[in-house]
Design a protein around this ligand. Structure first.
Ligand SMILES: [Zn+2]
Length: 85
């Protein structure tokens, strides 16, 4: 099952938390291996998560997911024009 970047965004939180299925985990790692956007996304998310955890022990707010999603779409638009994603 191969998905678009936006399909992975919702799983990246769990991936970083280590709460994802092994098979999904492997799939995301495979995708990240060839997708620079998602690699940047994971790095950014990881940093944000560790910052969050230093402050308070809470899950990332849903708004952050939306922000990341928009950021990724913007990057795609910049790279491939408005028809991407
Ligand atoms: Zn991607």
């Amino acid at each position: 099952m191969a998905g678009k970047c936006t399909d992975y965004i919702k799983d990246l939180n769990d991936y970083i938390d280590g709460e994802l299925d092994d098979s999904l985990c492997a799939e995301i790692e495979k995708h990240i291996g060839k997708c620079e956007n998602c690699r940047i996304m994971v790095d950014t998310l990881r940093q944000t998560v560790s910052l969050c955890r230093e402050g308070k022990k809470e899950k990332l707010p849903a708004t952050l997911e939306i922000k990341l999603s928009n950021l990724l779409k913007k990057k795609w638009d910049e790279k491939f024009g408005k028809k991407g994603v």
